[in-house]
Design a protein around this ligand. Structure first.
Ligand code: ADP
Ligand code: MG
Length: 263
């Protein structure tokens, strides 16, 4: 591919006098897992909403597969939206619909399938997301937190996207469920050749899954590999990656690398 899968240039987002982004740049490459990190309220979700075309920025270009979505009509945006999958921070499943019906919603909107074909296809997505078959007929309120995340993931996979956006996919999960979710993302990334953009606070998740990381600091983004970003002198980045919680992960990663190279 000639273009990066996703390219953001000079993004500006303001709410009244509050400047959230002021010239933010980022680029996501094919087949990578790109992590987006930043303190609370630094504009991670606003960035995602801008990329998804749900919110028009004050300035800047956002190109998905080379096409600038900030210049698109609603109709043009609709076709772009059919090409990516997304899970929102709050899960955002429809509570009055079963898991299977939730997964079928994007199919109803974008595909011409019979009810039977839709059932089969949706069931496939449910299983891909690691849910047991009997979860398909349940309502969101009957699911655990981890299962809701998986149901949202199944819906995000409904239209066979190549690009997947995840907003805080492991937040609220216990460490074991979070680790299982990370493995699922890695598995699907490889099997379905997905490019993944993941907003997360979860250091374990970052170190396990991400190739490169973008950190929102001072209304812009610092982008680097994991090994590079931990050496970035920005004070917030230093505090984040070199706090008590992060140091152990770096050691583990270094050890894992030595073991891998040693065998
Ligand atoms: N629709 C909106 N109207 C006004 N302010 C908003 C709106 N959406 C987000 N903000 C503000 O923008 C900032 C960034 O929000 P958000 O992207 O949700 O942060 P986070 O990095 O925690 O996801 C916050 O200060 C938030 O209050
Ligand atoms: Mg957020």
């Amino acid at each position: 591919m000639i273009y990066p899968v996703l390219e953001v240039q000079g993004l500006v987002n303001r709410f009244g006098s509050q400047i959230v982004h002021n010239g933010l740049n980022m680029e996501v490459r094919e087949d990578e897992v790109f992590g987006i990190v930043g303190g609370s309220g630094t504009g991670k979700s606003v960035l995602l909403r801008s990329i998804l075309g749900l919110q028009r920025p004050q300035a800047g270009n956002i190109r998905i597969e080379g096409r600038d979505i900030t210049q698109m009509s609603t109709t043009q945006l609709r076709t772009v939206k059919a090409r990516y999958g997304v899970t929102f921070q709050q899960g955002a499943l429809f509570s009055a619909l079963t898991v299977l019906q939730n997964v079928q919603l994007p199919m109803l909107e974008h595909l011409h399938l019979s009810a039977h074909e839709r059932d089969e296809l949706a069931m496939l997505k449910v299983r891909l997301a690691g849910l047991p078959a009997d979860a398909a007929q349940k309502f969101p309120a009957q699911l655990s937190g981890g299962m809701i995340k998986r149901a949202a993931l199944a819906r995000a996979l409904a239209l066979d996207p190549r690009l997947l956006f995840l907003d805080e996919p492991t937040s609220g999960l216990d460490p074991i469920s979070a680790a299982e979710f990370d493995e699922l993302i890695l598995y699907l990334q490889k099997q379905l050749r997905l490019t993944v953009v993941m907003i997360t606070h979860d250091l374990d998740s970052i170190f396990r899954t991400c190739n490169r990381v973008g950190v929102i600091v001072d209304q812009r983004m610092e982008v680097d590999t994991l090994d590079g970003i931990v050496k970035n002198p920005n004070p917030w980045i230093q505090a984040y990656f070199h706090g008590e919680r992060a140091t152990g992960r770096l050691d583990e990663r270094a050890k894992a690398k030595v073991e891998r190279h040693g065998t």
